[in-house]
Design a binder for this molecule. Structure first.
Ligand code: NAI
Ligand code: HPV
Length: 319
């Protein structure tokens, strides 16, 4: 590299391989600037002020709008620490010739574990039992079992497939839906691809693993909930916008479905009503928050930056 490149790191944790990934960037002659959000200086404000200095950004979940990107006159690569890129305006990055990269597979096992944790936690009412035991009024609400139930998986990519493999250990029958059929899954006993309607009305557990796109936005609406089994449990570790949260709240109140586990919500905060429902578990987009995933994501995100800046082939470019 002839000139020292400036790499912003905005990823909210950047994993426990922080040092390793930062060292890799510095060893390749990069000037690394960590942007840390504070109460007075939110990340978006810092980005608006400084983005013009960046040759590369290792990006968390913050939005990259056309307006913000217009100020990024030197930017060559927007390297997502993660796999979702719904918050990036791809029309703008294409127009400005900015490569967008992701870290495929780096967090799949972590998120698949999280989805199964949410299924079990909702099914067995773990949070209610935990809080009531702690406060001296233990409750034992009737729960449902996962063993040999029907699981619906929407999106059978890296994470969805990981969830299926885990749930086959519970001898579940798996109904899958995807725009693409995975050859390995097609050969598996107890795993069947089906249309969305069949999956929704026959599953005891449904786990969502598609990206957020115009096709998947509000895939779960009030109409969808009416078709689900009354004790069905819906888990979303993908993106908030895939479920209409107001409709989910109404469905939980009306007992159209049994419960929900959400690692992601459409706004920064979950829909207010959901906070007060004991059969809805909420986690803060923490599916990838394991040491293992953080370590792999940060290192791969750094490698992606270097490949683009150094003009080498980068197989993780998505746009
Ligand atoms: N909660 C968290 O911390 C995390 C959330 N995610 C979310 O999970 C999503 C999935 O991640 P991966 O499995 O790694 O991605 P992937 O790309 O391997 O799998 C996505 C699957 O969804 C399918 N798909 C796309 N559009 C569809 C549609 N309209 N209907 C049915 N299927 C459709 C694709 O064909 C693909 O098989 C990401 O897009 C991201 O939004 C990913 C990692 C961490
Ligand atoms: O866990 C994080 O901090 C992430 O940014 C994960 O992003 P993703 O959901 O994989 O797009």
């Amino acid at each position: 590299m002839s000139r020292k490149h400036t790499v912003f790191v905005t990823a909210r944790s950047f994993g426990n391989a922080d040092d390793q990934a930062l060292t890799l960037l510095r060893d390749h002659g990069c000037n690394v600037m960590k942007l840390v959000a504070t109460d007075t200086e939110p990340l978006t404000k810092q980005l608006e002020e400084k983005i013009g200095e960046a040759d590369a950004i290792i990006a968390g979940l913050e939005p990259y709008t056309a307006e913000l990107l217009a100020k990024a006159t030197k930017l060559k690569v927007l390297s997502r620490y993660g796999v979702g890129y719904d918050a990036v305006d791809l029309e703008a990055t294409r127009k400005q010739n900015i490569a967008v990269t992701i870290t495929p597979g780096a967090n799949s096992d972590s998120v698949a574990d999280m989805a199964v944790s949410l299924m079990l936690s909702v099914a067995r009412n773990i949070p209610i039992m935990d809080s009531t035991t702690r406060n001296g009024t233990p409750q034992r609400p009737s729960s449902v079992e996962m063993w040999r139930k029907t699981l619906g998986v929407i999106g059978t990519g890296r994470i969805g497939k990981g969830v299926i493999k885990r749930c086959l250990g519970f001898e579940m029958r798996v109904l899958c839906h995807d725009v693409y059929q995975d050859p390995e899954l097609l050969t598996m006993k107890d795993v069947t691809y089906t249309d969305l309607e069949t999956l929704i009305s026959n599953s005891d557990f449904i786990s969502i693993h598609t990206p957020l796109t115009p096709d998947t936005h509000n895939l779960f609406s009030s109409e969808t909930f009416k078709k689900m089994k009354p004790r069905a449990i819906l888990v979303n570790t993908a993106r908030g916008g895939i479920i209409d949260e107001r409709a989910l709240y109404d469905a939980l109140i009306a007992k159209q479905i049994g419960g929900a586990g959400l690692d992601v919500t459409s706004g920064d905060e979950p829909y207010e009503g959901l906070r007060h429902l004991p059969n809805c578990i909420l986690t803060p987009h923490a599916g990838a928050a394991t040491y293992e995933a953080g370590s792999k994501m940060s290192y791969l995100a750094a490698e992606n930056v270097l490949a683009v800046l150094e003009g080498r082939e980068c197989k993780n470019i998505v746009s």
